[in-house]
Design a protein around this ligand. Structure first.
Ligand code: PRP
Length: 213
């Protein structure tokens, strides 16, 4: 049981892409592609066990050791600072964390800036470095609605293609940072399973550098 490598994958398109990377470097688990609602899969041959977790929960599984390694967006690492090792940038899921708002917006000078976001910590950090007073309006999704309904002045959110902003008449004002998927490891597992984690890391970085040339 303990000689298995336990891998938490983010459910969805990113996770499927990451799984095909792992499959192509020798960590396949054919059952995983069967579809259905099953969430845990293992392959006794190469001693690998995969879990499909909600993307924002992957870091929790890894931090607490329920998974040895996992794949997490840099946005989650910046927002929650989980106590895990960040092993490498997978170069997938590239997007930006940005400030956006209505075209032509004049930022208020006589009152606190209202910022709607799922990423309170990232927003606080960004504005506190500019000594800008803000009020955070914490939302869980569809953040783009907030400035349209005057719930906020701006949003801090992920921009990938820019389509959601465009189709809602919003524009990006500033980029806070670049985001992409990261391979992370549980700290204790990295010590006790160093050989197998290092092997997977080596194959992964080779694959990533081959495919980003
Ligand atoms: C994310 C993000 C933006 C959108 C950006 O939302 O919060 O709304 O994707 O992508 P785009 O630039 O390619 O349009 P997600 O789909 O995760 O849903 P959410 O509204 O529930 O956060």
């Amino acid at each position: 049981m303990n000689d298995y490598l336990n891998i938490a994958l983010p459910k969805g398109r990113l996770g499927e892409k990451v799984y095909s990377l792992f499959e192509s470097i020798g960590y396949g688990c054919p059952e995983l592609l069967d579809g259905g609602r099953k969430l845990i899969f293992e392959n006794a041959e190469n001693k690998v066990r995969y879990f499909w977790a909600k993307p924002s929960d992957v870091a929790i599984y890894v931090e607490r050791g329920a998974a040895d390694i996992g794949v997490v967006g840099k946005d989650i690492l910046l927002e929650y600072s989980p106590d895990v090792y960040e092993l490498c940038d997978l170069g997938f899921g590239k997007c930006k964390m940005a400030v956006a708002g209505k075209k032509g917006l004049r930022l208020p000078t006589d009152r606190t800036l209202r910022v709607a976001t799922k990423f309170s910590h990232i927003a606080w950090d960004y504005y506190s470095k500019q000594s800008r007073d803000i009020e955070i309006i914490k939302l869980n999704g569809s953040i783009e609605i907030a400035p349209l309904l005057d719930l906020s002045d701006v949003i801090v959110d992920i921009v990938e293609t820019g389509a959601t902003l465009r189709e809602n008449g919003l524009v990006p004002f500033e980029t806070i940072c670049d985001i992409s998927a990261r391979l992370v490891a549980n700290k204790a597992a990295y010590k006790f399973k160093s050989e197998s984690i290092d092997r997977l890391l080596k194959y992964t970085t080779e694959f990533v550098s081959e495919n980003t040339k």
